[in-house]
Design a protein around this ligand. Structure first.
Ligand code: AMP
Ligand code: MG
Length: 306
């Protein structure tokens, strides 16, 4: 495949108000020009996403981010340490036109991230401005972590689609608000400990859910019922194991490695959905490091607020 030609075709689609399936290191996104309200409306429609849930503006680098959001010292430190990468910063908005009202759900704040995937970077460089790119799933469903899953979810709404292989991380970005006290709105691959080492203690999101409308109780959910912290499967259940002692064909990580488990999680939930099982049971996953993000997604997939 000719990467340059694919990128050019995707840029043309975006400039024409179309949507593009885009690989990132976290999950596949459904991208649109952040400044084009009609294109952004088409993203909400394709996902069936409630319009009160704002989108993340994806940028090529910190320079592009500084044009649309107000950076303070903490933002500079975090961007220098973790960009490009799986960290989203919520900041005051600097340029109201670059990211349309609908993309921000009317807020005067902006969530911004510079993704690391080479294809995402190439597209952002060539496009030259911010793109919204929420996960390419229908709202409420597990995020797609392979090209095939992304096409199955929202490919029908996309004018172009870029295949970047399976997503390296497999969980959505960490979201940190820097509006007043630093706050962890969504755990992810950049861990709480890594962020606190740079900018000090993070407040909890749960006490202040209104700040992140995306913290819905049921989200990332497979079709089958999900049972957490299961030691073994019950009759009719498919079992997602973890670690060397777990039996069963779908082990998230036989080595007990959290990075591997995160990368496999959504694809295995989808595989379980495609089986003829009546339910899904998941082994206990340790809560430290990346385990915080995995357990957050599992609780929401099972319908519990985290
Ligand atoms: P997604 O696009 O599905 O990865 O979700 C983006 C997440 O970022 C959701 O949880 C949103 O609610 C959150 N988010 C986006 N913009 C803002 C904002 N301005 N303030 C707080 N949270 C935001
Ligand atoms: Mg999503």
């Amino acid at each position: 495949m000719d990467q340059a030609a694919d990128i050019a075709e995707a840029v043309a689609a975006l400039k024409g108000g179309g949507l593009v399936i885009l690989p990132t290191e976290t999950v596949y996104g459904l991208a649109a020009d952040a400044g084009d309200p009609r294109a952004v409306a088409a993203v909400y429609a394709a996902k069936g996403r409630p319009a009160f849930n704002p989108l993340i503006a994806h940028v090529a680098d910190a320079a592009m981010a500084r044009r649309i959001a107000v950076f303070d010292d903490r933002a500079e430190q975090l961007a220098a340490a973790f960009w490009p990468g799986p960290l989203t910063l919520v900041l005051p908005i600097a340029d109201e036109a670059a990211v349309c009202d609908l993309a921000r759900a009317g807020l005067d704040t902006l969530a911004v991230r510079a993704p690391a995937h080479p294809t995402a970077r190439a597209l952002l460089d060539a496009f030259g401005g911010p793109l919204v790119a929420p996960s390419a799933n229908r709202s409420g469903r597990p995020s797609p972590t392979t090209f095939a899953d992304a096409l199955e979810e929202t490919g029908g709404s996309a004018a172009a689609a870029l295949d970047g292989g399976p997503c390296r991380i497999g969980l959505e970005s960490t979201v940190v608000s820097l509006l007043d006290q630093p706050r962890l709105l969504r755990p992810g691959a950049v861990t709480r400990a890594e962020i606190e080492a740079l900018i000090g203690p993070l407040s909890e999101a749960e006490a202040d859910a209104k700040r992140s409308p995306g913290r819905l109780a049921r989200h990332y959910a497979p079709n089958l019922p999900l049972r957490l912290n299961a030691e073994e499967p019950r009759d009719g259940e498919v079992f997602l194991g973890f670690g060397p002692l777990s039996q069963g064909s779908l082990n998230l990580s036989p080595e007990g490695d959290l990075t591997e488990a995160a990368a496999n999680l959504f694809a295995y939930l989808r595989a379980a959905d495609r089986s003829d099982a009546r339910g899904i049971a998941v082994a206990p996953i340790p809560g430290e490091g990346l385990g915080e993000a995995i357990n957050d997604r599992l609780r929401r997939a099972a319908g519990f607020v985290g």
